[in-house]
Design a protein around this ligand. Structure first.
Ligand code: FMN
Length: 185
């Protein structure tokens, strides 16, 4: 059997008790054997500043390399003020450069938004669909996955306890595995 595809899951939150982080960890557990998910948060990625591009900070290089070495990228993000959190946009800006050399290019890409509110962070997912096409690989279109009411989905240890959400996440990650398999064939 060939080795699993290595997927970098980029979480759009720095919060310790982040629901996005918990969703990402749940996806990592539910992933079929053809995928290996590595969950990363945007901690420690310094602000993008084009002046630093000639001599980029080590944290930019490490983040870019992690993406470049992956077989795919999955964004799991909350919505902040009808868009994505600034920390996630900064991480994307860092990995999108130097110009024409985006680390995301060619990587099969997935988007999962979430919110404790009723709309599932759909605007964050739409914002990513606006941002990514020029700098990423192909984005999986279906199933569209905007997870609402995630506030009661996890126990105090971060385990997923909401069956309806588990079903949706399982469907998503199974579909993403098929998508990555096709894109990498
Ligand atoms: C600055 C800010 C803006 C927010 N804007 C939205 C929003 O537009 N839509 C939404 O559904 N929730 C919004 N929220 C609530 C977040 O969905 C909630 O705080 C969520 O837990 C953040 O994601 P995390 O748990 O992964 O850290 C906002 C929260 C913050 C702090």
């Amino acid at each position: 059997m060939s080795s699993p595809h290595h997927i970098v899951v980029i979480v759009g939150s720095l919060r310790k008790e982040s629901f996005s982080l918990k969703v990402a960890n749940a996806l990592a557990k539910l992933a079929p054997s053809s995928l290996k998910l590595e969950v990363v948060t945007p901690h420690g990625i310094s602000f993008f500043n084009q002046d630093l591009e000639a001599n980029p900070p080590a944290d930019w290089l490490a983040f870019r390399e992690k993406i470049q070495k992956s077989d795919g990228v999955l964004f799991v993000t909350p919505e902040y003020n009808r868009a994505i959190p600034g920390v996630l946009k900064n991480a994307i800006d860092v990995a999108s450069r130097p110009y024409g050399k985006s680390s995301f290019i060619g990587k099969p890409t997935g988007i999962v938004s979430n919110s404790p509110g009723p709309l599932g962070g759909v605007n964050a997912a739409k914002a990513l669909q606006h941002i990514l096409p020029g700098i990423s690989g192909t984005i999986m279109g279906q199933p569209e996955t905007y997870l609402n009411a995630v506030g009661d989905a996890f126990d105090e240890k971060g385990n997923l306890i909401k069956e309806s959400l588990q079903k949706v996440l399982q469907q998503y990650i199974d579909a993403f595995a098929v998508f990555v398999g096709k894109q990498s064939a």
